[in-house]
Design a binder for this molecule. Structure first.
Ligand SMILES: Nc1nc2c([nH]c(=O)n2[C@@H]2O[C@H](COP(=O)(O)OP(=O)(O)OP(=O)(O)O)[C@@H](O)[C@H]2O)c(=O)[nH]1
Ligand SMILES: [Mg+2]
Length: 330
């Protein structure tokens, strides 16, 4: 420790692949870093460094075979976390292992443990793993409520219920033009509805009201995040930020946000003036940020695969997840 890592000095960050394995109850496998290694004693996702010229998916299969004796049968990328330790820079490339054969066993005398995803926050893990833990706990669809007129409470309740029935598990309550009193009057009903469906509810912008109402967190506009030096809510709540460029992404990371939206990927009727990023630029921006990113702007459910291939957690949308009144659950 302490000496500069020659590899990271000469050839950019060290590419590290790590796998998220789950058991039948959905618990995640962690391994404890052995004494004498970098970050000894901390609990990590099993994995290790890519060798020269080795494809990440091959490195993942090799590391998991060497460390825990399993054969990876299917895996897909979860999140890439660029991270700078004092003595080295890494790209922590975390994959979901959706199918494997064999029983994970310690092959290198490291301790292993299966942990509930919601308990991961309490485990001592390397700092680079935090965004990956967040990514594990977030779904791939994020509903933003449409701009309903004040008083359209029943339309709002019906739309949220419809979305929940369609499997949406993360919702931003955004009601432009509504007074705090009106929002407060309704938010508890919305919160209870979301809880019944196991969905998490964030309030747009007003973190104080979100805290008072006991919601799951806040979603800040970029201009609000720009005025903060740290996250406005404790770590047991979500703090999300709307971002549009590299500077806003960097600011979201600086204040300790949990995740962001990045928009607009396509042109949208709501913001015809904003020039769309397109998937290529979107992917470049995502690669630089150590946070889960939802793609936003003119997207449909069918775009989730493109979003994930561009490094996104998934997509955020109003129209795509709101559905039509009277439509049956899909
Ligand atoms: N495997 C793994 N490494 C991580 C995680 N988070 C994290 O910061 N790292 C860092 O990424 C680097 C990966 O190193 P490693 O020691 O696992 O590499 P390796 O299996 O190829 O081992 P070796 O170099 O001893 O042969 C270490 O600096 C480690 O601290 C994680 O969740 N899993
Ligand atoms: Mg390793």
């Amino acid at each position: 420790m302490g000496s500069l890592d020659a590899e990271s000095m000469t050839s950019g960050p060290i590419h590290v692949v790590a796998g998220v394995l789950r058991d039948a109850q959905g618990r995640v496998l962690l391994a404890q870093r052995p004494p004498g290694t970098h970050l000894a004693g901390l609990w990590e996702f099993p994995g290790g460094k890519c060798e020269d010229g080795e494809a990440p998916v091959d490195a993942l299969a090799r590391e998991l075979r060497e460390e825990i004796g399993i054969v990876v049968e299917s895996a897909h990328p979860l999140i890439g976390v660029p991270f700078r330790y004092p003595d080295k820079s890494i790209l922590l490339d975390v994959w979901q292992v959706s199918a494997f054969s064999g029983i994970p066993l310690s092959r290198e005398s490291q301790r292993l443990a299966w942990v509930e995803p919601d308990a991961l926050d309490g485990v001592d893990m390397p700092p680079a793993d935090r965004p990956a833990v967040t990514a594990l706990r977030l779904p791939d669809r994020y509903l933003i409520t449409p701009a309903l007129a004040p008083g359209e409470d029943d339309t709002l309740m019906r739309g949220i219920e419809r979305a929940c029935r369609n499997g949406v598990r993360l919702i931003q309550l955004r009601l432009p033009g509504w007074s705090s009193e009106r929002i407060a009057g309704l938010a508890r009903r919305v919160r209870n509805l979301c809880r019944d469906h196991g969905a998490r509810l964030l309030l747009h912008a007003d973190w104080k009201l979100a805290a008072v109402l006991g919601l799951d967190g806040v979603h800040l506009p970029a201009r609000a995040a720009a005025t903060l030096v740290q996250r406005p809510l404790p770590v047991d709540r979500w703090v999300a930020v709307s971002c549009h460029d590299a500077a806003e992404l960097a600011q979201a990371a600086r204040i300790g946000a949990d995740f962001v939206t990045l928009s607009p990927v396509y042109e949208t009727p709501g913001h015809p003036e904003a020039s769309p990023l397109g998937w290529e630029r979107f992917a470049e921006l995502v690669a630089e940020v150590a946070l889960p990113v939802f793609a936003l702007g003119g997207l449909e459910t069918d775009d989730i695969d493109a979003a994930r291939m561009s490094g996104a957690q998934g997509i955020a949308a109003i129209r795509a997840f709101w559905g039509a009144e009277n439509s049956a659950p899909v």
